[in-house]
Design a protein around this ligand. Sequence first.
Ligand SMILES: Cc1cc2nc3c(=O)[nH]c(=O)nc-3n(C[C@H](O)[C@H](O)[C@H](O)COP(=O)(O)O)c2cc1C
Length: 393
Amino acid sequence: MLRYLTAGESHGPQLTAIIEGMPAGVPLLAEDINRELARRQQGYGRGDRMKIEKDQVEILSGVRWGETLASPVTLVVKNRDWENWSTKMSSLPEFRDESQAVTRPRPGHADLGGALKYGHRDLRNILERSSARETAVRVAVGAAAKALLQLFGIRVGGVVREVGGVVATDPAASFEDIWASAGQSPLFCCDGTAEQEMKRLIDDAKGSGDTLGGVVEVQVIGVPPGLGSHVQWDRKLDARLAMALMSIQAIKGVEVGIGFETARRPGSQVHDEIFRDAARVGADSGGAYYRTSNNAGGIEGGMSNGEAIILRAAMKPIPTLYKPLRSVDMLTHEPFQAAVERSDTCAVPAALVVAEAVVAVEIANAFLEKFGGDSIQEIGCNYEAYCQRIRTL
Ligand SMILES: Cc1cc2nc3c(=O)[nH]c(=O)nc-3n(C[C@H](O)[C@H](O)[C@H](O)COP(=O)(O)O)c2cc1C
């Protein structure tokens, strides 16, 4: 199984991830990971911190001469601004300075709940870890998962579907073409008209000190049928993907396929009819069976069904507003208007990159569960035998 942990504070010296369960023989270069890190830093509506960040990964273990060894992979993203934080975030007791304590919890953040739960009087002890800065190293982990999936023809991409209530539609094109077109857009959106309107809304929100959320859509192609399982609640692929997406900071809702729309339609307009064409064998991972619609988003009964996996995640507006929100100082118990730390107006494009990463990890995990082996060669043999078998069914 593929699993990972992340560690690190937003303004600490570095973010670290350790990935366990990566098989031997996956080609992995820092530049592949850096490409994804750069995508996370793009996007219309980001704040000044992006100018400092310029993330770069260091691969500290588990990879030799460009290939994974099957030992734990350690990925590190250094904080380029560490010298300005080295005393404030020092691990050494001699730098303790309570006069700098943050005592004003920001609505929409982990500040208040974390302070009450852990008994911290300085909210920095919470906000440093709850910050979405952590998503940088999760994107690095996702890049490693993408490298593994790519070896088996599985590709993960996506688009920004909504910003501030403006909905984008896709051109009728292949997913690869859609991703290529979204890659040219500062909002990862391939509907030019919607993009202009989204940019206008972001500019307006920035001007009035407000923030905007939106909806991202992750698409996974080339997924064979049979990842995940119906037999136990915690093995269901849709449940696992939903958890992965909901674990991203600011994600408040997840849909699989047409999601909430299924509740509004009769069954005849929801369920994807099943067809078989022997001539299709070998054309796609699904074998001879196919659908002419994909409302289920590629998952039925907790298992992939061979169609593209389609997931949407709703991101709430960034909670740190220049237009202050009311809160209460935890030291004085006096009301105040929540002040601003450096912040984004809209981080929906960045959230798309993070969403792709966590989905890639979960799909890779389910793939290894099904075809698991210690090396890419071994997994390849298992995968090929399965594909041969389902072609005959
Ligand atoms: C990519 C990304 C960037 C974010 N940037 C900011 C930001 O600049 N300022 C902010 O207040 N929140 C930002 N957030 C959201 C907060 O991290 C998140 O709302 C907060 O940690 C509370 O968690 P919750 O919304 O899941 O309850 C960002 C989230 C993501 C996914």
